[in-house]
Write a protein that binds this ligand. Structure first.
Ligand code: SF4
Length: 445
């Protein structure tokens, strides 16, 4: 990429998908801001519209392409407007993205995102589309640009990529093999954030428990060691992390969550299915028994800790019996909440070769059964908190009623209460007065 760009252009970014994508969007805004781009809040105001995409589920991908197609009209009235696709779908589709969405001017995979200013400059110079997806396994530049969406809580990536090849998952193909950032760089980044007033950090990785970063002294650092290093940073008051893989999570991690005062008592531990037969087909590397034992350990070590999970229903060949095993596991485990999804094939992930043979209406019914059961359990988990006083980091105000503030407990439960906007970014204590399956409601004390 030879072209350099120093631009006064305005950029709008639309992010789909997980926290990893949200962090990538911040990274890209940071890279573009350093080259003079200004972030704006709508496609109408922009010279460059970026779609940061997620291809983990077909439904999200279809929605993404429909949103891109919607820009056709805007572009017809504004011929200089550039439209770009970045993220997982960009990497998975490569040139084919231009066929599916002719409105696109460029396609940029996750490994090429640091090159976006040059990619945009090349499109402007040559007036022809650019596809840049050749750096799948690239390590990110360690000195991250400084743009952050929030002023007090933020994400810090500790690594990228995944070696697990769960049979339904596209991530290892689009984000490459696992690369851990060096521990000293992560700690330096978080120290810098603490100095700027950030109070809460969420560490991000596809599988944080397999983190193996160099520590700068010629030795490797485990995830627990990394947590210890971050726990000692003055100014940071909460540390969260995601995602943990059940085959790598350990009692050492749970003990660290108990003993390191800044590490929050919330574990997201995706189980995906309660059937050993389906778990094997998914290549998850554990049985339901092993998962339940792990959860028992977690609850022994952190009796007040929250536990959340992901569930996929309708995996190829999932019988009623398999599905009932999933319902039983959900009931026995008592998750605080669960994200549940209908299976969809994601080539080149291996399960795409299996016949997607659970009918759509059966998938839908199973999804509803999981949601109904989980709603009851979440309501019970939250009801147990009535009358308790909890520490909340205030992160915003209600969209309908600006007198209502929202925030999260250390266990990551959304909490709603009355208060003034000046409290956003501060810690307050709230006594819980009522609950729903999705949130706590209370008053400040
Ligand atoms: S652990 Fe499995 S589901 Fe998670 S990113 Fe890796 S391959 Fe995908």
């Amino acid at each position: 990429m030879k072209n350099k760009l120093n631009s006064k252009r305005k950029v709008f970014i639309r992010t789909f998908g997980c926290q990893m994508n949200a962090r990538d969007s911040e990274f890209v805004i940071g890279v573009l801001s350093e080259r003079g781009f200004k972030k704006v809040d709508s496609a109408e105001k922009a010279d460059v519209v970026l779609f940061n995409s997620c291809s983990v589920r077909k439904h999200a991908e279809d929605r993404l392409f429909s949103n891109i197609a919607d820009l056709k009209k805007l572009k017809a009235g504004k011929p200089g407007l550039l439209v770009g696709l970045m993220g997982c779908t960009a990497q998975s589709y490569k040139d084919k993205a231009l066929e599916r969405a002719p409105v696109l001017d460029f396609v940029c995979g996750p490994g090429n995102e640091a090159d976006l200013p040059e990619i945009i400059a090349n499109v402007l110079k040559d007036r022809c589309p650019v596809v840049a997806t050749d750096k799948t396994n690239e390590k990110r530049p360690e000195l991250f640009p400084e743009y952050r969406q929030s002023a007090f809580k933020t994400f810090v990536s500790i690594g990228e990529g995944c070696n697990n090849f769960c049979s339904y998952c596209i991530v290892p193909y689009v984000r490459g093999r696992e690369r851990s950032r060096d521990a000293k760089d992560i700690v330096r980044e978080i120290r810098g954030l603490a100095g700027r007033g950030f109070r809460e950090i969420t560490l991000l990785g596809q599988n944080v428990n397999s983190y193996k970063g160099a520590n700068g002294k010629g030795q490797g650092a485990s995830f627990v060691k990394l947590l210890e290093g971050i726990n000692s940073i003055d100014g940071i008051e909460r540390v969260r992390f995601m995602t943990s893989h059940p085959k790598d999570a350990s009692t050492d991690l749970f003990k660290a969550m108990r003993d390191l005062e800044k590490v929050c008592e919330h574990l997201h531990l995706p189980v995906q299915s309660g059937s050993d037969r389906i778990l094997k087909l998914m290549n998850r590397g554990y049985t339901s028994k092993k998962y339940i034992r792990l959860v028992q350990k977690y609850k022994e070590i952190l009796p007040k800790g929250a536990l959340t999970t992901d569930i996929i229903v309708g995996f190829p060949g999932e019988s009623d019996r398999d599905f009932n095993s999933t319902l039983k596991l959900i009931k026995d485990t008592g998750f605080d909440s669960a994200f549940s999804f209908k299976y969809s094939p994601r080539p080149p992930a291996r399960s795409a070769k299996l016949k997607d043979n659970v009918p759509a209406d059966v998938k839908q019914k199973r999804l509803e059964a999981v949601i109904d059961m989980q709603c009851d359990i979440s309501q019970r988990c939250n009801a147990a908190l009535k009358g308790k006083t909890l520490e909340i980091l205030v992160d915003g105000c209600g969209s309908k009623d600006p007198r209502l503030l929202t925030g999260r407990t250390r266990t990551n439960k959304i909490t709603v209460f009355n208060g003034s906007r000046g409290l956003i970014g501060k810690f307050v204590n709230v006594i819980v007065e009522s609950v729903t399956p999705y949130a706590l409601k209370g008053r400040m004390v």
